[in-house]
Structure formats: structure tokens, C-alpha cells
Design a protein around this ligand. Sequence first.
Ligand SMILES: [Ca+2]
Length: 160
Amino acid sequence: MLSKRLVFGLISLCLMIRCTGGNERCGASIRGACPPAWSQWGDKCFKKYSKSLPWAEANQECIKMGSVLVMPQSQEENEFLLNNLIHYFWIDCSDLQVQGTWVCQDGTTDVEYRNWRNGEPSNSGGREDCATAGESGWNDIPCDYLAPAICQRPAPQLHF
Ligand SMILES: [Ca+2]
């Protein structure tokens, strides 16, 4: 006789198999894995923070929600965020510690991917140390300027 646990396991396994192809039906079938109001992409959940804030405050707001400021790791992820969440946002990328050395982190992992707009980072006026993502690419702007943000957290894992 099949236990509830086994049945759930089989359903999860089916979902996982359907997801390995990266097709669109997969996104629909496991969307429930992220908390309500969070969008799922791959193994991450995203939520926009539409109110414009300085970079450090955006960081703090994400932490308050049990998440971190977003840092796209690929062109695909960058485009998903721009097309589905918001067209302009802070990313977890700054050269606050050493001028000209950009530290970009996905959680605690250093990210090598860059998508600077032509001519950026410009450090215009000598005070642009925090990065924003926009439709034409990334731009460094003063950290105390106001911009919306996207927060990210890992998607819960399906267990079976
Ligand atoms: Ca700039």
C-alpha cells in the first residue's frame, strides 16, 4: 500500500523530471514553491521593492524580509528581472571598499558576471560607488541616490 509520503515523493519526482528540460510548464507547476508575492526563476525567489531607497537601506529592507539584495549571475537572469520584476533596480554590487574594485555578491558568493552600460562604471564626480541595473545595462551612481530594489532568497527545495 502506498503511503502518503511515497505518493508525494512520486509527484515531486515527476515535477523535477519535467523541470530538468527547463520548459515553461515547469515554471507553472512549481510556482508554489516560493512564498506568496515572490516570483520564482530557477532555484531563486525574487520580490521587487518599489519604493525608492538609498543602496544601504535597500540592503537592509531585503534582510528584514529574510532575503538579500539581488545580484544577477547571468544575462538570462538579468533579463528575467528586467522583464518580469522592475525595469530599474539596485544590485548587490559596489566599490565602496576599494575604489574601482567592484565587489558583486549573490548572497555571500562572488559574482563575475558584469553587464555595464557603455562608458560605465564612470565614477562620475568621484562619488559613484553603487550599481543599478537598467534596460540599457548597469550604471554606477552615488549610493545615497534613490532607486527601487529587488530582493532575492533561495527557493524552498521540494522533498521526496
Ligand atoms: Ca556612472
